[in-house]
Design a protein around this ligand. Sequence first.
Ligand SMILES: Nc1nc2c(ncn2[C@@H]2O[C@H](COP(=O)(O)OP(=O)(O)OP(=O)(O)O)[C@@H](O)[C@H]2O)c(=O)[nH]1
Ligand SMILES: [Mg+2]
Length: 443
Amino acid sequence: MISRDSIVALSSGRLPAGVAVIRISGPQTRFVVETIAGGIVKDRAAVLRKFRAPDGAVLDSGLIVFFPGPASFTGEDVAEFHVHGGRAVVTRMLETITGFDGVRHAEPGEFTRRAFLNGKVDLVETEALADLVNAETEAQRRFAVQNAEGVQSQLYLSWRRRLIHARAMIEAEIDFADEDDVPGSVSDTVWSDVRAMIDEIDRHVAGFRAGEIIRDGFEVVILGAPNAGKSSLFNALARRDAAIVTDEPGTTRDLLEVVLDLQGLRVRLTDTAGLREAAGKVEAIGIEKARAKADRADLLLLLQDVTEPQAVSSIPSAIPALQVGTKRDLLDGQTAASADRRYDHVISVVDGTGVEGLLAEIGRRATHAAGSAGDILPSRLRHVELLGEANRHLHRAVDERAIGQELRAEELRLAADRLGRIVGAIDVEDMLDVIFAQFCIGK
Ligand SMILES: Nc1nc2c(ncn2[C@@H]2O[C@H](COP(=O)(O)OP(=O)(O)OP(=O)(O)O)[C@@H](O)[C@H]2O)c(=O)[nH]1
Ligand SMILES: [Mg+2]
């Protein structure tokens, strides 16, 4: 696809910075570079130049790198101006470049969109690039890099190839049905392979939560009676005074969240209002929110003050939970030892007992829930939905023998089509705006 417009944007981060990278892509790129950098520059080499406006005024000096299409990120002519990262420098550079005919500011994700339209990356790789740009933890980075390199796409494409092959075999059998030399057992082999693929797809889809944990974080919710020491633990794990702590029951009313990086994984920890029946209006709303949050958690920390244990009701039972005794420092040696046997962890934020151990256990649970490094997992709900549709067609193909081989083959085509839509091999115009809206400008 040849674009008529050229697009330009600041591709590097927040200003001021040591260096800012301004990227341009499109047919006017070569002319813009020659004008601003004062003549042609060597392909794909960083060249030091003085940058000037068309009227000759010096803008800055810096490096220019020119990537002639199609061997560039977008597939078009692309150039990068590396300038001093001051706000005025960047503003003036952008004003100058957009002053050329046919050059305008890029929209979010527009460089990547052009790369996709020119066949440089497929849709899943595109989504992985967005994840890579947003990655904050090591696990997010590893997952995104693997998918940006096409590991996930390869899986979908290999299923798609198997289905195209299966359909060809079935159609061949239909065409040569009256001839003797085509063994009837071909279709048996094909259908059993399709059945196996249904299981493979199901197993892959089952990993979606693990992928979400890597991308969005493992949800840990602290619950317990008022004054159990929830906010104190929350602050200890966050290593700062994020929540107010007082000896008054009912201090915390709203949900409070911090994000931790545990063993390279993103963990979202939420402090909640103490659960009790008699509560004022605001607190009652807080308690409602706490329960709703707990229903969606991956792990609950159920806190109880070991000096005056209070039971709390209606804790969601389906969610894994750790029983945590608090304020261990207030017990003498013997009662403390007996408390240690009654809880999974007994902690004190005063002397620090048990806090590291609890943190390590949360990290282990998160790591376990995120699966093994290198697992191929669906990384978007979009993938899971299309995989689900593919599997519905495959089920119809293998289970509904009564509809005949021709319609069963058609179901295989529809399933292959859904897999094609995931990577963007076919008919995805309607999805592009949604996908590219996830990007920042300049990517
Ligand atoms: N000695 C001791 N006191 C603690 C410990 N943890 C919390 N406390 C005290 O217990 C009281 C309640 O602590 P918070 O952390 O506010 O309890 P909470 O569960 O958040 O209470 P609400 O927000 O009201 O539900 C405060 O006075 C804390 O200083 C501990 O490990 N040892
Ligand atoms: Mg609190």
